[in-house]
Design a protein around this ligand. Sequence first.
Ligand SMILES: *Cc1c(COP(=O)(O)O)cnc(C)c1O
Length: 424
Amino acid sequence: MKEMYCSLGISEKVYEYGEEVLSTLKGRFQEIDEGAEYHQLKVIDAMRKEHVGEACLYGTTGYGYDDIGRDTLEKVYAELFGGEEALVRPQITCGTHAIALALFSNLRPGDELLSIAGKPYDTLDKVIGLRDEKGSLKEYGISYAETGLTSSGDFDFEAIKKKLNERTRIVWIQRSRGYAVRPTLSAKAVGRAADLIHSLRPDVAVMVDNCYCEFVERAEPLSLGADLIAGSLIKNPGGGLAPIGGYLVGKRVLVENAANRLTAPGLGKEVGASLEVLRSLYQGLFFAPTVTASALKGAIFASKLYEGLKVEAFPLADEPRYDIIQSLVFRKSEALIAFCRGIQAASPVDSFVRPEPSPMPGYEHEVIMAAGAFISGSSIELSADGPLREPYSAYFQGGLTFPHAKLGILNSLEYLYREGLVVL
Ligand SMILES: *Cc1c(COP(=O)(O)O)cnc(C)c1O
């Protein structure tokens, strides 16, 4: 094995340090494998219950009336995530679109959206109208309020009570932290918040940005009290095979509102041809538990490997995980750049591409990105990025298989090692 890694450019020292780190992670990896097993059984159970048949794998064209594959897939998602109804569509273009759909369809002029885990993901600024944009919620007369987490990373229930008012219609909870510095929220924490909010205001819907959290924990937010979850199919639930799509699952009325907004009032879920993607959406969902487990193992391996080299890791290798994101604080731009280049060079696609920091729309600083993915922009595949600013943190995620994640992480360290940015 060592020879194999060496022939791929990993030096003996890096390989041996990696093996030493891995030997300490056996117990943790076993837990993750058990989680994958649990979710694999759940996925198969849902597919059996909903009678997924061969006919479901073929798509429709045109209006997409009576698309049995699309309708059955939505039943599978509803069953799996514990909701009454689901909307799982290639016409939902990405995670931001799924979230925007949930919000626009369930808020009316005069309503207020209350985010209780601080400022949502950057791409939602213009959806909400925090930065001016045509067609934002703000333009429709929908206001926005926010409470942050406490210093211990919990919801600030006192502040939430104060901010809830007669106009509040949706309480929004983003679980994964995006580029913010805060812990990811567990399904249990979301459930506790939902219970409190419902006890104060039964008419308020608790909606959850579930991006990167699917299949990480055994519990999912809907079974603990949330009303709607939303996410992207080119993250965890697409299993790396879904080429496009987003999902919403939750209370019937909330999902029906979203369907009427995605298509048109009166058409709702009845239209929307699935074209050629259904087989990938089903097969991707089938693979999603083990793919998510591979990504989790990669994240834990990376944190342990770099922790040992005095790079700050969030979360730490031994901490509980509620999403697949790992951040590593390099403190030096050269180290962040070398890390991303090492990840890129270990990719199955575009391994020969050398990432360079460059300006990005919506970002103040240059950003460097590593992504050698089969599906463009897919972040369930091994990928990393980071803004070129203090403290030079890399955000790292994905890995369809653990051997690929392992190679990518070892190669990132190889690049740092060769440039003298770490000492082994
Ligand atoms: C990825 C992500 C989004 C947005 O999804 P896109 O598919 O990139 O539009 C929203 N929220 C969180 C927490 C995310 O991780």
